[in-house]
Design a protein around this ligand. Sequence first.
Ligand SMILES: Cc1ncc(C[n+]2csc(CCOP(=O)(O)OP(=O)(O)O)c2C)c(N)n1
Ligand SMILES: [Mg+2]
Length: 325
Amino acid sequence: MQRDLARQFLYDIELARRFEQAAAEQYAQGNIAGFLHLYPGEEAVAVGTLRAADVGDYVVSTYREHVHALVRGIPAGAVMAELFGRSGGCSGGYGGSMHLFDRERRFLGGYAIVGETFPVATGVAYWLRMNEASDVALCYFGDGAVNQGTFHESLNMAALWKLPVLFICENNHYQIGTEIHRHSALAEVYQRACAYGIDSRRVDGMDVLAVYEETREALHYVRDGHGPCLLECETYRYRGHSMADAGAYRSALEVAELRARDPLLTFTQRALEAGWVTQEEADEMGARAGREVEAAVAFAEQSPPPTQLDKDVYVRPLDLYRGDA
Ligand SMILES: Cc1ncc(C[n+]2csc(CCOP(=O)(O)OP(=O)(O)O)c2C)c(N)n1
Ligand SMILES: [Mg+2]
């Protein structure tokens, strides 16, 4: 394990945890409207998978995507301003929490519909294949999405045409308040891929190193032209499904057991034991992440609301085809 990479992981997780905490506070203060789905507990998935990806790979994520956007390199201020619905947001303030977008960084959403990421990512992969590109489409989805028709339609098409797509299941074991054994006949998501002859793996999604290594292997496989792969990351969310959900359907014992495997705590411990960071450096990283989040909130607060709805929402089709829209 390279020391620099370990430190990057640690900073990513610190930033992610603090960013989401700040988002919850801003929501409670009325600065963020609509739905807000937070990620604490699941950080090792976004960090491990996206740090294993190349900058040329495309990312298609769900409504629980703030951390994916941050790890992809979208500035924290642009993500927070988008949550606030301000013009400095990465989607110009028109998308909000569930619709983060950054064309330059190949971050193609933020999708609110469960199961929506499958056809979008499969379409991107089809386009990549047509252009003989070596990039891969990363498709994120929750355990609740695998019973949607789009899952089966997209996996079939991706396998049939050997498309370069990595399907990444963020299995936090709940679809809102319904535990996976109550919503899925087959609770081992990775086993479903064999119905389409797709290579699949399962990894401990609380372990950032394991996620990183498994994703690297999977991406090699896809990039080598073998077709799609499915990676199931077993993880857990510490908060409710959204800010509107107190998560009362889970026992205190269950939450405590999973809190003991907190990726922030366990990876910090591991980094200290391996000598990748000292305690002082780890503390400094946390403080630096805190300052970055404070600056992001300040940026969002001073960013004006969007005013150019007519210009930004409607484009002439010809502009789109010319690529200058
Ligand atoms: C097609 C569709 N049906 C229902 C919903 C309402 N809904 C929003 S999130 C969600 C649960 C999805 O759970 P999962 O896929 O496991 O993702 P998680 O929220 O756990 O990350 C549901 C049912 C929706 N957004 N889209
Ligand atoms: Mg889920």
